[in-house]
Design a protein around this ligand. Structure first.
Ligand SMILES: [Zn+2]
Length: 436
């Protein structure tokens, strides 16, 4: 007997080998998808009627700092360096492990509600982050964000903490949690630290999550320090391969894109954050044309200001149309691939599709709503008309986390109340820091 049968829904497989099914079933057993078809004779403990809905793979957010939900709307409309140095970093310094636990719980709640089933995170107090992920039922690849700013001793202690976390949490929560090394960026980590991170990552058989060329300032700084840009420096170091997830990748030359493609680097595109901080426009269509695996991320809530991957999809599609003056750029299907298949590929998980043998990370989007009526093209609706609030059911690893808009894995009101009181404590302290 199966665990879950989802029936009567439009099945958006995202599997290149299987067309969508207008009305079909998805069968789940032991956390794995065992059937995607028009019908089934099987029975199951749980039958979910997806009538009027689209059944699709859960969305994968490949770059965020989940705990930053606590800074949602706290410092907006500022230049990136002012935002980071005078607002975000002093505020982060006030955060305790318990604050990060609360902030990550809030992030997981928001993601479950908006159809994200897996995310890639880099932050601090990672044991608390991991505990929140474990309890939430979500899938995540977590890393401790390391910065040494050229200070060798600091670099070594950061690396020690990075490795401790990598080894302690990899594979926990029945394999839902994996770990990565998280060197912050090529200009905030020394070349020695980056070289050691690569060695450690190979040794521990884990991936690396890093920001690359988010700003023009990074490009200029790298040229001044090394006489070359970040991509060239990392390539020379032997750092780049398909075990690297590189967030942003905005200030790239054509040669840089060739290197990223040759090395198989996974790029996480974060259009909303890039637009809000006016960081620039990542040359995504050019990378996709070369064959680079480009996925989507929201970045943290301080620069977005939410974790809604539907908003990210729409923004990506629109941004590159206007940037290339070509409305055929990034069609809806391709953007959906970025948010599902490509994200799973970046994480190295067997998911992102509704396919026999894939992990059962599945969502149901409610199409029986005014702004989604009528339906000519399901992919178009998902990218251009839907939002996270239209997600009705979220399943991760074969477990139902939200059923018909009811979140089953946490007390929603309590999570929001705790987040409010955590920020009440933090903000006055930060206010004082800022005025001195
Ligand atoms: Zn980031």
């Amino acid at each position: 007997m199966a665990d879950i049968i989802i029936k009567n829904g439009y099945i958006l497989t995202m599997n290149p080998a299987q067309d969508d099914i207008k009305q079909g079933v998805v069968v789940i057993k032991d956390g794995i998808i065992t059937r995607v078809a028009e019908s089934t004779d099987e029975t199951a403990d749980t039958i979910i009627d997806a009538k009027g809905g689209v059944v699709m793979p859960g969305l994968v957010n490949t770059h965020t700092h989940a705990g930053m939900t606590l800074f949602r709307g706290y410092a907006d409309d500022l230049a990136l360096s002012d935002w980071l140095e005078n607002h975000i970093w002093p505020a982060e310094a006030q955060l305790t492990g318990n604050d990060l636990y609360i902030g990550t719980k809030l992030a997981c709640l928001e993601m479950i509600r908006s159809g994200t089933t897996a995310f890639v995170d880099m932050y601090i107090h990672m044991d608390s982050v991991a505990r929140a992920v474990e309890e939430s039922g979500m899938r995540a690849a977590l890393s401790y964000g390391m910065i040494d700013l050229g200070d060798h001793e600091r670099g070594m202690s950061e690396l020690k903490e990075g490795r401790r976390f990598v080894r302690e949490w990899n594979g926990r929560a029945d394999g839902r949690i994996t770990t990565m090394y998280g060197p912050h960026a090529p200009h905030t980590c020394s070349r020695d630290l980056l070289g050691l991170v690569k060695e450690y990552a190979i040794d521990d058989n884990v991936k690396i999550h890093i920001h690359i060329l988010e700003t023009e300032a990074e490009l200029n700084e790298m040229k001044k320090m090394f006489g070359m840009c970040s991509v060239n420096m990392l390539d020379e170091l032997g750092f780049l391969d398909n075990d690297v997830i590189a967030a942003h990748c905005i200030w790239l030359s054509d040669g840089d894109m060739d290197i990223l493609n040759k090395c198989g680097v996974n790029v996480s595109h974060n259009p909303v954050s890039n637009m809000k901080l006016a960081s620039g426009i990542s040359p995504v269509p050019k990378m996709l044309a070369r064959g680079v695996n480009v996925s989507l991320g929201t970045d943290g809530c301080a620069s977005n200001n939410n974790l809604d991957m539907f908003g990210e999809m729409k923004t990506a599609a629109l941004l590159h149309k206007v940037d290339t003056s070509d409305p055929t750029t990034l069609p809806a299907r391709q953007v959906l691939e970025m948010a599902t298949v490509n994200g799973a590929r970046a994480m190295g998980t067997n998911s992102g599709m509704l396919k026999l043998g894939c992990m059962a990370d599945v969502i149901i989007v409610d199409m029986d709503r005014p702004h989604l009526t009528p339906v000519y093209n399901v992919a178009s609706h998902l990218v251009y008309s839907a939002s996270g609030g239209d997600v009705r059911t979220t399943i991760v690893d074969g477990k139902v986390l939200m059923d018909d808009y009811r979140v089953l894995v946490m007390d929603e009101q309590k999570v929001m109340d705790e987040a409010r009181s955590a920020t009440e404590k933090i903000l006055p302290t930060v206010g004082l820091t800022r005025t001195t």
